[in-house]
Design a binder for this molecule. Structure first.
Ligand code: ATP
Ligand code: MG
Length: 457
């Protein structure tokens, strides 16, 4: 570098040179996209503010439904355009708009659509990447709807609104947010959160048929099912009366007992008994979605939040000082608390180890109202279970007594397996009906592997 090099002077000369060069180039014709934007907005779009709102990707169908509802309202209309151009997904709306002018990186193209599940066997076509030129009374909005931007790690749906009037943009986004809740396709559905992310459509959410388990098929100690019905279903049925009397609706129920005694079975029955409830199932393995599940429960009430195997996420105090430092347990507690008391939401928690969670969960007034033990069945229970799962068996009263006696300590699921095995033994032996002989053989087999089927003691 020489001493007499003057940077400022060089810059001046360079700018003059570039201006001269650009005058030599033929004038650029604005892209079709540019012309559409200009005529829609009635002005040059460069430099206009962009207001953005983001939603978890699983809200995609609700955003689409909300947009449709918004545009259905009288006096509103919109043109839908696609955008072509390399790497458009890496650019914000402001960049895209700017690049329709001078460098013409982007132009009008085809709209991207994606098919998104909205039920067990139903899909909905949603805009995946598209530009809406919206006219709503005096507002002129340019709205980019896109999915898949992973700015926060989780896939997202984004609405970017470009308009001269920032309040109009906010008003639009608020309306969409409210409509997305009001018209949510999740309302009244049974949904579970899965721990791993899927790139298709709804990310961690899975749809399920509402289970139908008859009351007669749930064999619990006397009074247990009545108490559960009263808390879960009764509260919804008598919502108005409870509220008028100043009582809260939000409630928490814990089901505890060893594996195979019917906690999940009972939950399935309760879900079936609350046909209008939105059901959100979170297990210890998908605990990171507790926040989303609780937010959805709040907005989609009446709702049931099922938290299965909470001991997997919630550790008791006997694990060194883990009780309230466990972030998932703390999350459950905070989230349960974050749902307003007047929300018609049931939290149904299950665990194999009450002692591991009771101190933190159960002994917090206002969070858990009912704790139900689901123990291995007593004699009466075993006799009822044998009747239930042994419907096809040919058994005398004496056979029944003998089987009930020799199954002390087994769990309820043992009987489902016993009935199945006895029937299979009869079928494979070519016998028309399964009888006590088949049951005894099945019992011997099962006792051989009883640990696997929950025999206790
Ligand atoms: N109390 C019961 N009444 C009738 N059938 C039952 C009962 N308990 C269990 N079963 C039968 O056994 C199967 C397994 O039981 P379930 O999955 O409900 O056990 P669980 O208590 O949830 O066990 P885990 O703690 O391992 O989750 C049920 O699908 C049902 O067929
Ligand atoms: Mg279970």
């Amino acid at each position: 570098m020489t001493d007499n090099f003057d940077v400022a002077d060089f810059a001046r000369q360079f700018r003059a040179f570039m201006t001269a060069v650009s005058r030599l180039a033929p004038p650029e014709k604005p892209s079709a996209l540019r012309r559409r934007l200009e005529s829609h907005l009635g002005r040059d779009p460069d430099g206009l503010p962009v207001v953005t709102d983001s939603f978890p990707a699983f809200e995609h169908p609700n955003i689409q439904v909300a947009l449709d509802a918004y545009l259905d309202e009288g006096g509103r209309r919109a043109d839908l355009l696609g955008i072509s151009g390399a790497n458009r997904e890496h650019h914000g709306l402001a960049d895209i708009v700017n690049a329709t002018g001078r460098h013409q990186q982007f132009d009008v193209g085809a709209v991207d659509y994606v098919s998104v599940p909205v039920g067990v066997e139903t899909d909905m076509t949603c805009i995946g990447f598209g530009l809406l030129l919206i006219v709503s009374s005096d507002d002129r909005l340019v709205v980019l709807l896109r999915v898949g931007a992973r700015r926060t790690g989780m896939p997202q749906v984004q609405l970017e609104v470009l308009t001269a009037d920032v309040t109009a943009a906010r008003r639009f986004l608020d309306t969409i947010r409210n409509l997305a809740v009001e018209r949510s396709i999740f309302r009244g559905q049974v949904l579970s959160f899965e721990s791993h992310e899927f790139s298709d459509g709804l990310g961690p959410l899975r749809f399920h048929h509402r289970p139908e388990v008859d009351q007669a098929d749930v064999i619990l100690p006397p009074g247990a099912l009545e108490a559960l019905h009263r808390n879960v279903v009764g509260t919804t049925e008598h919502r108005a009366r409870l509220q008028a009397a100043g009582h809260r609706l939000r409630r928490g129920v814990v089901l505890y007992g060893p594996p195979g005694t019917g906690k999940t079975h009972t939950l399935r029955h309760l879900i079936g008994r609350a046909p209008a409830a939105t059901v959100l199932i979170v297990t210890g393995f998908s605990a990171q979605f507790i926040r989303e599940a609780c937010t959805m429960a709040r907005t989609l009430a009446p709702a049931i939040v099922v938290l299965e195997d909470v001991d997997l996420v919630a550790q008791g105090r006997e694990r060194p000082s883990a009780a309230l430092t466990n972030p998932f347990l703390a999350e459950i507690l905070n989230m349960m608390d974050g749902v307003a008391e007047d929300a018609d939401v049931t939290f149904l928690l299950t665990t194999n180890r009450l002692e591991a969670v009771e101190e933190a969960l159960v002994q917090r007034p206002g969070r858990v109202d009912l704790v139900v033990e689901v123990p291995p069945p007593d004699e009466t229970g075993r006799s009822r279970l044998l009747t239930l799962y042994g419907r096809s068996l040919l058994l005398s009263d004496a056979d029944v007594s003998r089987i009930v006696e020799s199954t002390a300590g087994v769990t309820a699921s043992f009987f489902a397996e016993l009935g199945r095995r006895a029937e299979l033994l009869a079928a494979t032996s070519g016998d028309a009906r399964a009888d006590a002989g088949h049951v005894m053989r099945a019992l011997d087999e099962l006792n051989g592997s009883r640990a696997a089927f929950g025999r206790r003691g």
